[in-house]
Structures are given as structure tokens and as C-alpha cells.
Design a protein around this ligand. Structure first.
Ligand code: FAD
Length: 709
């Protein structure tokens, strides 16, 4: 099952999967960002009542707890004939069952937007959040006149929150073809909204915008309105990949669904939220509607998977509106009731927090899942393992056909080498739960490549063994392609040949890589000299940070995970080139044994000691609490084998980082002091970061490592 978009409905399906396991089901969420934004709290975020974490759902963590795979990417094509999705940055994905909840975009088809204009769309709501920094900069540059094109209730709420965010120096105009025409808003609410706008000096203007330029807007009447910044909060429209799909649509392009929330012409595709149009009962687009649909969607997906009858979505005729106005005030609208009060704000916060708190995790919910089976799961045979649990030949041949003309499976390959000596290394890493296997393929290659680079070599060829989850058909194909394409993505950068492969199915998926390399420069662990400087090529911490993340620590958010992942995907090729170019003959990669173990190796081989000055620069995540509280499984062993070689104060805040096991860790590079500038300049030019100086070698003393207080 593939879910597209971490919208208000799909997140509820994942939450249900946190507490229920469906045997035989593999779930993938594809969404554009690591975090999903909850629309109801967005104006509150803009006027700084809530932090970004408070209004966001961490999609990677949700997937981890749900036992799903998360792919951070954008779907750009839906091919219903082949049940295939094309993604912007990852290989295609096939689905058996699909759920689309990708929201909508602001409709600006009839407006000509000049490149010079400063114009932002408020839908999708997640992109408004992403653009807020840029909007801040423009306004702090003393641009004063903002126009919100729209005229609906969202334009008013947005105007109120912007007014509070930037205090008094803004001139805001709400400009729409129609102002406050929502059927469900009663007269008092509309009057109150207008009164509040007037009190806050927010102007209203009726008209239709036809173009947006740098300093003004042009209306179809020919009038021009001065404006430094425009926010487009017009009606909803739909993204082109959905418009171009074969799904049946209404006249505005929204996907027609029946009362089970299934596409009219595709009974294996659910569509919910802003993207859908309910047959015969079209309703205005809102987060409230998407949440209500999510309650039915999560049931219907389960019912469909286990082969039971689906239930119907019955949309409400009217619903509760709670619109934030002043600090701690909200306006409540329900049928003919309308109140503007502090308690309305309290009620709004209570309802919103109640929803979003469903997606916070305090412990590993995977422990207590109820178990179901897919409708036809009983008929599938058990894995006997007599075949060695190999991946099916068809899946393999179909993949090889895509990547090469030679589809005959050879017994082995010839690899040409320029010398008789080759460098060889083997590494295995287990797939992190919920991680995109394409990213994991990249990480596993980079992790293995470090051994060859550290030994002065360049990778020339590799053999791969893929441990894939027990699966068939589309899931088997997904893992094979995603693992292999990830490995190839990095291997191609070095012109590395993939010479042989093997696959098997396992409860613990992972990748084993054997890499062969040619020696390019003389490197050894015994040639460090007194005074040589010790550098790290990037920060440390993947071990304890992943342990914290997978323990649902509140100290890490979705964007923190993104930072960890970006670190994991950073290769060492150019950093090693910089070191070689600066005459370095001693380096090693920091792997599962941790920083101290690798540095001790160099000290002992070179008959030296080292002194380190550790600061928080060496950490991927600056929160020291995390380092104190969390340790990955290998930590204790690393500490046991290294501690007698180290002198460090018991209270040193960074003590634990010495023993933290790394996946695709940094290179530990030694540089002669005279080459310091050359190395640092070359390194910074070749990569987008600076090398981290952590200490120097000294004459041999009793201990191998001395760490500053
Ligand atoms: C300023 C403002 C305030 C609002 N306030 C409220 C409110 O208080 N209450 C209310 O009910 N409604 C409110 N709304 C309306 C509300 O934002 C939308 O109706 C609601 O977000 C729609 O929910 P959804 O689940 O359909 O999609 P969304 O919440 O928009 O979620 C869609 C998800 O899909 C992802 N996505 C989109 N395209 C792709 C793609 N191609 N590939 C992969 N992923 C993709 C997005 O990144 C996002 O995570 C407000 C709107 C605005 C503009």
C-alpha cells in the first residue's frame, strides 16, 4: 500500500497501523517534507503562539511506529495502467493499493505573475511555512505593503496573524473578487471579522487581480494597487500530475470519489482531503473536512485489505469554525451561534492539541499491536527456506533488463586491474526501520567506500549481497530496485563497476558490500608525527542520535532526523582528496568502534600520544542532553575496549562521543602543521563544510589520548 502525501487523512491511517499489524502488508508513505503541517494551528504558529514542532507531525517517526517506509519525495506522475508512480528524485514505485491525500495548491491560473514580484502561495500550507523565513526577510527589509489575494476566512485569519507577527508597521489589504462569501458563516461572524480587521487597520478591497508586478497589482478594471509583497490565498486548485492522470475528475479538476472515498473509476485508489470531490455532495475544502474523511479512510483501508464491506462517509452540512483573532482570542461560528471570546481560543487550542497529540510517541508502540491478515494472505505459502530464500528470478531479470542489455546471469565476472595488488574490504549494515531503501543503498556504499579511501585507494568494483524483507511481486521489486539504485547512484560517481551480486530474503534486511580498490597513494597508520594536526571531516553522533530517534525521544524532531540523514549521506571522496593533496599519509575512517578506538590505533602504530580539545563543533546535534541520555548498542563494548587508553574527566560533557559507533562516519585525518592552510582551503572549496580540528599528536606518554577539561 502506498500513501501519497502526509495530509490530515493519511496520517490517521498510519496512526492506526501503529496499533495494528496487517500480516503480508507493506506500507510506504511518500511525502514532500519530513514534517506535515497541521492547518488549524498554522496561524497560531505565524503569530508565534506555537513552535514549529508543536504544529508539525514528524512523518519519519510516524512511519517508524507504524512499521512503514518513509520516502521524502514528490510524486510527479501517476500511471494507473501500470500502477506506477514516478518521483522527482527517487526510482519509480509500484502500488497495489493507493491513498492520495496531497491537499491543494492556490489557484493562480488567471493571474500573470512577473518574475520580479515578491509573491508567495499560501497553499499548500506546508510551503507557506517553508517560505516564512523569506517573507520575514522581505518585511524586515522595510517592505511594508502586503496584499492578501483571496477574500475567504483563511485570508482574514492570515491577516490577523501577520499583523501580530510584524506588529504595527505593516499595511495589509485583503483583496478578493468576493469578500467573505462562505455559506456556513453567519452574519454576526462576518460582521465581527470585518470589525476586527478594521480595528487592526487591515483594509478590504473588492476586485479581480490579473497581474502581479514588483511594486503593484493590476486589477481587471485597470486599477493599480501599490504592494511590496503578495500572498495568494485564492481558492483551491489541483497539481498537474493529478490533472494529467486517468482518474475521473470534476469540472475543476478535483478527483471524483464515491461515498467510500474511492476514486469513481479506480477501485484501488482512495482520495481524501482537498484533492477529492465527493460525488453529488461537494463541500468547501478545509482541514476539518480532511480530518473527518481520515476517520473513515483509516477504517475503509483496513476493511478493504481484510476483504470486508466498506463504510460510507457522510459529510456534515455545517461544522464548527474557530478563527484565531487577537492574542488569546478566537471567533466561534456554528450555525447561527457566534462568539468572540477568550474561551473560544482555549477551546480551539484544546481541540487542535488533542488532534496533534495523537501523533506524539512516548514509547515504542510496535510492542502492543493487534494482528490482522490480508484478505488472501492465508493462501500464500509459508517461507520454507529450502531455496535459500532467494529473490525470484523474474524480479531480478526485470531489474537487470532496465540497467543493462546483458540479461544472462553470468556465474562470475572479470575485473581488470592495473596492478597485481588490490585493496579489498567487506561491510554489512542493517536497514534502519522506516528508512527509504534508496537512501540506505547510498549510505551503505559510502560506509564501505571509507575503508578503501582510508587505505589510500579508489574503489574500482564491488560485489553486493542484498538481504531483503520476505516479500513477493511489487514489494520484492521495490526493495531490489531501491537498494540497487541507491548503491549505483554513489558507485557511478567513482566509475565503480558492479561485478556480481546475490540476494536473499530475511527478517533483518540489510546490505553487504565487498569493495575492491586500486592503491592511489601511500597511506599507513604508523606515519603520524609529533605536532601533526588531527581533523574530522564531518561531525559525529549517528549512533546515539539514531538510538534516541528510534526510542521516540522528544528531544529530536523531524528536521533533526533530516540533519542526521544528510550527514549519513555525505561521502568522504573529496575530503580524502583534500587530505592527500595536502600531503597527509595517515588517516582512518571512524566506524562502529568509535572515535577513540580509531585514534588509539594510530597513536599505538605511530608510537605517539594525542591531545584533544573537544567542543560541541564535533556533534551533529548540539543538544548535549541527548548525548548523556542515549547510547547505541555498541557503545558499552567500545568503551570497555578503549577506556584504559584515555585520560578524560568523569564530568566531561562530551565524554560519550568518544565511544559512539558511527555509520558512514567521518574520516580522521592527520595534517602536518605547515600544510594547515592549504588543507583547510582545499577542503572547503571541494566540499560545502569545513574540516573540524580536534587536536594534535604529542610525544608518547602513558595514555594514548588526553582530553582537555
Ligand atoms: C492560512 C490558512 C489557514 C487555514 N486554517 C484552517 C483551519 O483553521 N481549519 C481548517 O479546517 N482548515 C484550514 N485551512 C485549510 C487547510 O489548510 C486545507 O484545507 C487542508 O490543509 C487540506 O488538508 P489535506 O489533508 O487535504 O492536505 P494537506 O494538509 O495540504 O497535506 C498534503 C500533504 O501532501 C504533501 N504533498 C503534496 N503534494 C505532494 C506530492 N506531489 N508528492 C508527495 N507529497 C505531496 C504535502 O507536503 C503535505 O504534507 C487553512 C488554509 C490556509 C491557507
Amino acid at each position: 500500500m502506498v500513501l501519497i502525501g502526509g495530509g490530515h487523512a493519511n496520517v490517521q491511517v498510519l496512526k492506526k497501523l501503529c496499533m495494528n499489524n496487517i500480516k503480508g502488508l507493506h506500507t510506504i508513505l511518500i511525502s514532500e517534507y519530513f514534517e506535515a503541517t497541521y492547518s488549524g494551528m498554522t496561524p497560531g504558529y505565524i503569530h508565534e503562539d506555537f513552535s514549529k514542532e508543536e504544529i508539525s507531525i514528524d512523518l519519519q517517526r510516524l512511519c517508524f511506529n507504524a512499521g512503514a517506509t518513509f520516502i521524502k519525495d514528490k510524486v510527479i506522475k501517476l500511471d494507473t495502467n501500470h500502477q506506477e508512480l514516478q518521483l522527482q528524485n527517487s526510482p519509480p514505485v509500484n502500488y497495489d493499493l493507493l491513498s492520495i491525500n496531497t491537499g491543494s495548491i492556490s489557484d493562480a491560473k488567471k493571474i500573470h505573475i512577473k518574475n520580479s514580484s515578491k509573491c508567495f502561495f499560501v497553499k499548500p500550507i506546508s510551503s507557506l511555512i517553508k517560505n516564512l523565513n523569506q517573507i520575514d526577510q522581505i518585511i524586515r527589509n522595510k517592505e511594508k505593503k502586503i496584499t492578501i489575494i483571496g477574500g475567504g476566512v483563511a485570508s482574514y485569519e492570515l491577516a490577523f496573524s501577520l499583523k501580530r507577527r510584524y506588529e504595527s508597521h505593516l499595511e495589509i489589504t485583503i483583496l478578493g473578487k468576493k469578500i467573505l462569501k462562505e455559506k456556513n458563516l453567519n452574519k454576526k461572524t462576518k460582521n465581527d471579522l470585518k470589525k476586527i480587521a478594521k480595528n487592526l487597520n487591515i483594509k478590504e478591497h473588492t476586485g479581480e487581480v490579473i497581474s502581479i508586478s514588483e511594486k503593484y497589482l493590476t486589477l481587471n478594471s485597470g486599477d493599480k494597487i501599490d504592494c511590496d509583497l503578495t500572498l495568494v490565498s485564492t481558492g483551491a486548485s489541483i497539481e498537474s500530475w493529478l490533472l494529467e492522470s486517468n482518474l475521473s475528475k470534476n469540472e475543476k479538476g478535483f478527483i471524483r470519489v464515491n461515498n467510500n472515498l474511492l476514486s469513481i473509476n479506480n477501485k484501488n485508489i482512495f482520495v481524501t482531503g482537498d484533492a477529492c470531490s465527493l460525488e453529488n455532495k461537494p463541500k468547501p475544502k478545509s482541514g476539518v473536512m480532511a480530518v473527518r474523511q481520515g476517520e473513515i479512510l483509516k477504517e475503509n483501508i483496513f476493511l478493504k485489505l481484510i476483504g470486508k464491506n466498506l463504510i460510507k462517509f457522510k459529510p456534515q452540512k455545517n461544522w464548527l469554525y474557530l478563527i484565531g483573532t487577537y492574542k488569546n482570542y478566537a471567533l466561534l461560528n456554528y450555525f447561527f451561534l457566534s462568539f468572540h471570546n477568550r474561551w473560544c481560543w482555549k477551546l480551539k487550542v484544546w481541540i487542535d492539541k488533542n488532534f496533534i497529540n495523537n501523533f506524539r510517541f512516548t514509547n515504542n508502540l510496535q510492542m502492543n499491536k493487534r494482528s490482522f491478515e490480508l484478505e488472501n494472505f492465508k493462501n500464500t505459502k509459508m517461507y520454507c527456506q529450502g531455496c535459500g530464500s532467494k529473490v525470484s528470478k523474474n524480479t531480478l531479470i526485470n531489474y537487470l533488463k532496465k540497467t543493462s542489455d546483458n540479461i544472462y546471469l553470468k556465474d562470475s565476472s572479470i575485473v581488470n586491474n592495473k596492478s597485481l595488488q588490490i585493496l579489498q574490504t567487506i561491510d554489512h549494515i542493517k536497514l534502519f526501520s522506516s528508512l527509504n531503501p534508496f537512501d540506505f543503498g547510498k549510505i551503505s556504499y559510502l560506509h564501505s567506500q571509507n575503508d578503501i579511501l582510508a587505505a589510500g585507494g579508489e574503489v574500482k568494483s564491488l560485489s553486493v549481497s542484498l538481504g531483503m524483507p520476505f516479500s513477493e511481486n511489487s514489494v520484492e521489486k521495490f526493495y531490489l530496485e531501491y537498494f540497487m539504485e541507491g548503491i549505483k547512484f554513489e558507485a557511478d560517481k567513482n566509475h565503480c563497476v558492479i561485478s556480481s551480486g546475490h540476494s536473499y530474503q530475511s527478517q533483518e534486511p540489510g546490505i553487504t558490500l565487498t569493495l575492491n580498490g586500486e592503491i592511489e597513494s601511500n597511506v599507513s597508520k604508523n606515519s603520524a608525527k609529533v605536532g601533526d594536526l588531527i581533523y574530522l571531516s564531518k561531525p559525529l553522533g549517528t549512533g546515539y542520535l539514531l538510538a534516541a530517534y528510534y526510542n521516540n525521544s522528544k528531544l529530536l524532531s523531524g528536521s533533526d532526523f533530516e540533519k542526521i540523514l544528510n550527514n549519513l549521506k555525505k561521502g568522504s571522496h573529496f575530503t580524502v582528496k583534500s587530505a592527500r593533496n595536502s600531503g597527509s599519509q595517515t588517516m582512518t575512517d571512524i566506524s562502529g568502534f568509535g572515535l577513540s578506538s580509531h585514534l588509539i590505533d594510530i597513536c599505538l602504530s605511530s608510537n605517539l600520544s594525542s591531545e584533544l580539545i573537544l567542543s560541541s563543533d564535533i556533534l551533529i546535534n548540539l543538544n548535549i542532553e541527548l548525548l548523556k541520555k542515549f547510547q547505541s548498542t555498541g557503545f558499552k563494548n567500545n568503551q570497555r575496549s578503549s577506556r584504559e587508553y584515555i585520560q578524560i574527566s568523569e564530568n566531561h560533557p562530551l565524554k560519550n562521543i568518544l565511544f559512539d559507533p558511527q555509520t558512514n562516519g567521518p574520516m580522521l585525518i592527520t595534517i602536518n602543521e605547515q600544510n594547515q592552510k592549504k588543507f583547510e582551503n582545499y577542503f572547503s572549496n571541494k566540499t560545502d563544510i569545513k574540516p573540524i580540528l580536534i587536536g594534535r599528536f604529542i610525544d608518547k606518554l602513558e595514555k594514548a589520548i588526553y582530553v582537555n577539561e
